[in-house]
Design a protein around this ligand. Structure first.
Ligand SMILES: NCCC[C@H](NC(=O)CCC(=O)O)C(=O)O
Ligand SMILES: NC(=O)OP(=O)(O)O
Length: 313
């Protein structure tokens, strides 16, 4: 593995998941990567990704440094050939290359602008970073994917499911007050396909994910039908892909409630966090024993540890 930006970058999902679970059972390896360092660069806010990645690096004996580049760095120019006579002081060519000289692995978080779909889906910022860093790059959530979250989600399902048959996993859209990226649902679907579960996606009309993600998956606008017999339900808002970045529906009936839970096979309820209580999901669901959002967040440490272990080898 020479980068970690999507499920395509990994060699074997079962062995990566096993490694994460081994790290969960025995997390401290203080001499594994002594002298190695990981740089974590954030253009957007983060609680879990930042702290779990720091903890993961330290569990492996590596040093980790966080840079909130939009707050503490120079304003970055990404455009090639630009005459930099405006307010951007540093080009990504130098910024990424310099950080590549300081660190053995570089992580980057860059959310989409949600204004220009082609630009966002071309992953211009992430790709510029990969191009100029000269060291392995880890996506800490990019415009279109959140692979560390998805790996933790696969680990969380694996540790809760001890039957031989495939679990029924449902990804359901939920309302939100803000237009959110498609990165988490895209990525979840991409990883679930490789994890080989029985996957259904449900959302109101107009919220279809990009075909590259949804193709081959059962998609329905009928949420009640989708939730029937579900073993795991991933509740998540996203803005429209087709009417790009727009909020089309505030349909309250999609807010996940105990009535929704009652339609399932006593499903485990998942969310990547942060979650707006009473908007996306009811308190009663989040506070019920069915909710495994905190386990998912905990597993972010071991997912990151498994990934850093591969890239620092
Ligand atoms: N990193 C995990 C999720 C990040 C982002 N959520 C948010 O921006 C929530 C913002 C808010 O609720 O104001 C998303 O859904 O992709
Ligand atoms: N789930 C997740 O990535 O959380 P943060 O945005 O807080 O890192």
């Amino acid at each position: 593995m020479n980068k970690f930006t999507s499920v395509q970058d990994i060699e074997s999902l079962p062995s990566l998941v096993d490694q994460a679970l081994k790290f969960k059972a025995n997390q401290f390896h203080p001499n594994a990567y002594a002298g190695k360092s990981v740089g974590l660069v954030f253009l957007n806010p983060s609680l879990r990704t930042r702290l779990s990645s720091l903890k993961a690096a330290r569990n492996l004996g590596a040093e980790a440094v966080v840079l909130d580049i939009s707050k503490d760095g120079w304003a970055l120019e990404f455009e090639d050939g630009k005459v930099m006579d405006g307010n951007k002081a540093e080009h990504i060519k130098e910024a990424a290359a310099v950080m590549g000289r300081y660190f053995d692995v570089l992580g980057i978080r860059t959310f989409p602008g949600l204004a220009n779909r082609d630009e966002d889906y071309a992953e211009e910022l992430l790709n510029a970073f990969i191009k100029y860093a000269g060291v392995p790059v880890v996506s800490l959530e990019s415009a279109t994917r959140h692979p560390l979250q998805s790996l933790a989600d696969v680990v969380s399902i694996k540790e809760k499911w001890n039957k031989t048959e495939k679990p029924k996993v449902v990804l359901t859209w939920a309302p939100h007050v803000k237009a959110l990226p498609q990165a988490v649902p895209n990525s979840f679907v991409e990883w679930m396909k490789v994890a080989d579960v029985d996957l259904t996606i449900t959302h109101p009309e107009g919220y279809d994910l990009a075909q590259e993600f949804s193709e081959g998956v059962n998609v329905t606008y009928n949420q009640q039908e989708a939730l029937k017999d579900a073993d795991f339900v991933y509740v998540k808002n996203w803005s429209s892909y087709t009417d790009y970045g727009k909020i089309l529906s505030q349909n309250e009936s999609w807010r996940f409630s105990m009535e929704h839970l009652a339609l399932t096979n006593n499903a485990k309820i998942m969310h990547c966090l942060p979650v707006r209580r009473g908007v996306v999901m009811d308190d009663a669901v989040l506070d019920s024993p069915n909710a495994i959002h905190l386990d998912q967040a905990e597993n972010r440490v071991y997912a990151a540890q498994a990934v850093f272990n591969e890239l620092l080898k």
